[in-house]
Write a protein that binds this ligand. Structure first.
Ligand code: GLU
Ligand code: ZN
Length: 316
């Protein structure tokens, strides 16, 4: 079987050291097993997109020593594909129109809200059918399309092992099409990965709760799902996910400060347990070393001292 991996940056902000680790793992995992790598710009989340960020993301990836096969795919150029998938879900009556606002959902939620996903959708609009959409449209009521969750598919993660996430606790019925008229991440990513022939998805473990939803969509659209590997994220010294508060860890900032990409890649390779010391090394020279199982099963703490060790002092 041809193995196909992918790099899927969201050009919503600049790529930072945390994203870099995931990209390096994804690229090495595919390439080390003779696979190809596709590149996709996930720009469907339009309000947050910054101009020039797609080019910047490609430049950041190239700077890291990563490459890809064929032309990058850009989500905003592929709307008809997502519309076709939405139509299929409608035909199969697997989705329903939802007119709830964020505050309606928060107010109707019985459980205290856990995690960043917010409270599970309380099912307010679940009695509706696809045909109800026409009336809502005629009334000028904006609505989203929600997928009706009846089961939570378990899956075996290539890195993290058996995963059983109960979707009733994680978001419940989920949005596949936003009321702004654009596809939601869950739908776009499934349509894209399937259409691009992706056979392995390597991404951050913050997306584990998305995977059962995506598996439901693969089934509903009669598509073959890829294998998944969810790897631990990079955090700051406070244990929180790498962000602005930890100083400027954008790859562009490291590059501008004269940091060599090999120095960063060496640090990341060491964080993944592939080399004994954080010495400079090119991504392609890690191909014989890469092993998902060697990656420590906890977030990688990126300290100021580690950054200084590769010649970088982040401005705060
Ligand atoms: N575009 C997403 C991100 O940059 C990745 C989504 C995915 O890998 O499925 O976080
Ligand atoms: Zn609703």
């Amino acid at each position: 079987m041809t193995r196909i991996g992918r790099l899927a940056p969201s050009p919503t902000g600049a790529q930072h050291v945390g994203n870099a680790r995931t990209y390096v793992v994804a690229w090495l995992h595919a390439r080390s097993r003779g696979g190809s790598v596709r590149m996709r710009i996930e720009d469907i989340d339009s309000p947050r997109i910054k101009t020039g960020a797609a080019e910047q993301a490609a430049e950041d990836l190239r700077w890291l020593g990563l490459d890809w096969d064929g032309e990058p795919v850009t989500q905003t150029h592929r709307l008809p594909l997502y519309v076709a998938a939405l139509d299929k879900l409608k035909q199969r009556e697997l989705i329903y129109p939802c007119t709830c606002t964020r505050s309606d959902i928060a107010a109707a939620a019985s459980a205290p809200h856990v995690g960043q996903e917010g409270p599970p959708y309380p099912g307010t609009c679940a009695h509706r059918t696809v045909a109800d959409a026409e009336r809502l449209a005629a009334e000028g009521k904006p609505f989203a399309w929600r997928f009706r969750v009846t089961v939570s598919p378990a899956f075996t993660d290539l890195y993290a092992g058996e995963q059983r996430i109960d979707l009733r606790e994680h978001g419940g019925d989920f949005v596949v099409w936003k009321n702004s008229g654009t596809p939601a991440y869950q739908l776009a990513v499934v349509v894209d990965d399937a259409e691009m022939g992706v056979t392995e998805v390597v991404r951050g473990d913050d997306l584990i709760p998305s995977t059962p939803r995506q598996l439901l969509l693969y089934r509903a659209l009669e598509l073959t799902p890829p294998a998944f590997a969810h790897v631990p994220l990079v955090v700051g010294e406070d244990g929180r996910r790498l962000a602005k508060r930890h100083g400027d860890t954008r790859l562009a900032a490291l590059r501008d400060a004269g940091v060599r990409p090999e120095a960063l890649v060496g640090l990341l390779a060491w964080s993944c347990g592939w080399v004994n010391a954080p010495n400079a090394i090119a991504a392609r020279d890690l191909l014989p070393q890469v092993r998902l199982a060697a990656i420590p099963p906890r977030p990688f703490v990126l300290t100021g001292a580690l950054l200084r060790s590769i010649g970088y002092a982040p401005a705060t």
